[in-house]
Design a protein around this ligand. Structure first.
Ligand code: C2E
Ligand code: CA
Ligand code: CA
Length: 577
């Protein structure tokens, strides 16, 4: 055992060495008579134990103790020696890392042996404890699959980094990355392959980062990178681009090679996101936007995005109450015969009379209604309202012998839930509207999944005498297969074709071809979004059957529509009835 004895008093040193000799310890002792020499010796070589006098000419024992602790290995034990009994001092020494505190007068071979032995044991126990604590900490803060920092570990890093940049004014950002379609890989190739992919992704990302950047796996297929920089505010964009590029190369997973994309959201530490929670939330919002915008891309959390999210939340919360509070209105837009410009029908279009924001158009709230699962309910409501209104107008027009069709838009949620037939029958029975007066507008997107099942359901409804119109024709798949498969009687040519038909010759020929197609297929064609007389005349000259658009009228509330289009068809006596 190698021991260092630091004591300025030669007599004391001799006494201690004598006591040691009488003990059963085999040891080697090196002596130092001041703190300076003692510290130097401890720095030069390793000692198993240090016996340290509290009172030294050039320093007090506590200072020496602190320095010794800072420079010696954990395995070195320090026993403090003092001439005076002092409980408080003894305690302080233990706190500062001494393993024992002995009175010089009491030092004899037995006490010294025991002290050194015990101290040695205590020290190795403390070391073991520290090691296992370190291991536990590692386990708690790391992900076992990828060996990256986990969510908990990342939070600690982020909080520490935020505290740092608050002082240094460095730039800090988090880059959140979520794999696109990871679930499909798991589902089709199995979880083991999924795990292999995650490990490969982790290592690819890791290779791209600088020292000091923190890469973590938050769980599932979600990764996050913490980057700080003292110079460049926009460096996270560079990093994010680099990360996205990592997905351009194929991943080799045993027998399968797959391409996988990633959606990335970036949020900067600033006033808007000034703590770890806000920052992570912002990155999450940006990442979801990247998903929504078509995946495999980067989105940054910005003030505009923030506004959008707030507005969306505002709409979402009031949307849930809107039906109950009777805030929806159905507007009607006239459809006219292309040749005579006489009324042949109207399209029902929903509006929302928002309690604080005024009238809101369907494009602003229907997508949200779809997301929060309210669309089917809203769609059913429109259907009943429109059927009831149309039946009232048909009744009014009865003496004239005139009729029309009411067109109602259907959403995918109404078509998918397998209850469409019952709903239609119910609406017709409830309102008394003849089936032949009802036209249901559907888009191809609604029918893509399970087209054969949907065709059966639509056929059943068509058997009732209800017509189907294919809305926004020309913008989606425009599959001829679909037109054959579904009972379509009307093609609504999308307004973008009408708007741009005279841009160049190709556009003109395209619109002509669309009308020819409808004509040849023997279905009614409706030109949507007709705004000018030239457009109307062109459509009519190309066999278009029905026109709809601002040229004739914007969508109107029921009362205005009635005053403008229904009442003028009646003679004065009929109006009075
Ligand atoms: P859509 O079915 O294509 O309806 C036509 C849209 O074009 C309407 O917008 C209408 O106001 C607008 N429009 C009419 N004439 C013109 C014109 O001359 N020029 C231009 N630029 N636009 C014109 P709106 O009312 O804002 O409705 C937007 C979309 O919301 C509708 O597109 C439809 O997809 C959906 N929607 C509206 N009401 C309902 C509903 O009750 N149920 C479902 N499922 N969807 C609805
Ligand atoms: Ca429509
Ligand atoms: Ca349309």
């Amino acid at each position: 055992m190698d021991l260092l004895l630091i004591d300025d008093d030669e007599v004391d040193r001799t006494a201690i060495i004598r006591a040691l000799r009488q003990s059963k310890l085999t040891f080697n002792v090196v002596e130092a008579n001041c703190a300076f020499d003692g510290l130097n010796l401890a720095l030069e070589r390793h000692f198993d134990g240090i016996l340290l006098d509290y009172l030294l000419p050039d320093a007090n024992g506590l200072e020496v103790l602190i320095k010794l602790n800072a420079m010696t290995q954990d395995q070195t034990v320090v026993v403090m020696l003092s001439r005076y009994e002092d409980e408080k001092l003894a305690q302080r020494c233990i706190e500062l890392g001494a393993q024992d505190f002995l009175l010089k007068d009491e030092v004899n071979s037995r006490i010294l042996t025991r002290a050194i032995r015990y101290a040695k044991q205590r020290s190795s126990m403390a070391l073991a404890l520290r090691n296992s604590h370190q291991k536990l900490k590692e386990l708690a803060e790391h992900d076992s699959l990828t060996k990256l920092v986990n969510r908990y570990g990342f939070e600690l890093c982020l909080n520490r980094a935020i505290a740092r940049v608050k002082r240094s004014n460095d730039f800090l950002a988090v880059i959140l990355l979520d794999l696109d379609d990871f679930k499909a890989i798991n589902d089709t190739l199995g979880h083991q392959v999924g795990d292999t992919l995650l490990v490969q992704v982790a290592s690819r990302l890791n290779d791209l980062l600088r020292d000091g950047d923190v890469l973590a796996r938050l769980g599932g297929d979600e990764f996050v990178v913490l980057v700080t920089d003292d110079e460049h505010q926009y460096f996270p964009m560079i990093v994010a681009n680099r990360l996205l590029k990592a997905f351009e190369e194929i991943f080799c997973l045993g027998d399968n090679d797959v391409f996988i994309g990633a959606s990335i959201g970036v949020a900067f530490y600033n006033e808007a996101a000034s703590n770890s929670e806000e920052l992570m939330k912002s990155a999450d919002i940006a990442m979801y936007r990247a998903k929504k915008m078509g995946r495999n891309q980067i989105q940054f959390y910005s003030e505009a995005l923030d506004k959008e999210v707030r507005y969306r939340n505002h709409i979402e919360s009031s949307l849930r109450m809107a039906l109950k509070r009777n805030e929806f209105k159905v507007f009607y837009q006239v459809q006219v015969n292309a040749k005579t410009h006489q009324l042949v029908g109207m399209e029902a279009l929903i509006r929302w009379q928002h309690p604080t924001d005024g009238i809101i158009g369907p494009d602003q709230f229907l997508p949200i209604a779809v997301e929060i699962g309210l669309m089917a309910e809203i769609g059913d409501w429109v259907l009943e309202q429109a059927c009831a209104q149309a039946q009232r107008w048909l009744t009014q027009l009865l003496p004239t012998g005139l009729t029309f069709t009411i067109a109602v838009n259907l959403s995918a949620s109404q078509i998918d839930n397998g209850r469409l037939f019952d709903k239609i029958v119910h609406a017709l029975q409830l309102t008394g509207l003849p089936p032949s007066a009802l036209e249901l507008e559907i888009t191809e997107n609604c029918l893509i999944e399970d087209p054969h099942e949907h065709a059966k359901e639509l056929d059943k409804i068509a058997q009732l005498g209800v017509r189907f119109a294919l809305d926004d024709f020309g913008t989606g798949f425009s599959s001829l297969e679909h037109i054959k498969l579904f009972p379509i009687s009307v093609l609504k040519i999308d307004k973008s074709f009408i708007a741009s038909y005279d841009k160049d010759e190709k556009d003109t020929r395209l619109l002509t071809a669309l009308f020819n197609f409808a004509h040849g297929f023997n279905v009614i064609s409706v030109a949507e979004g007709v705004e000018t007389m030239q457009q109307a005349e062109f459509c009519t000259s190309r066999h278009c059957t029905v026109l709809q658009g601002y040229l004739f009228s914007p969508p109107l509330d029921a009362m205005t529509f009635e005053a403008k289009y229904i009442l003028p068809l009646l003679t004065p006596t009929q109006v009075r009835m």
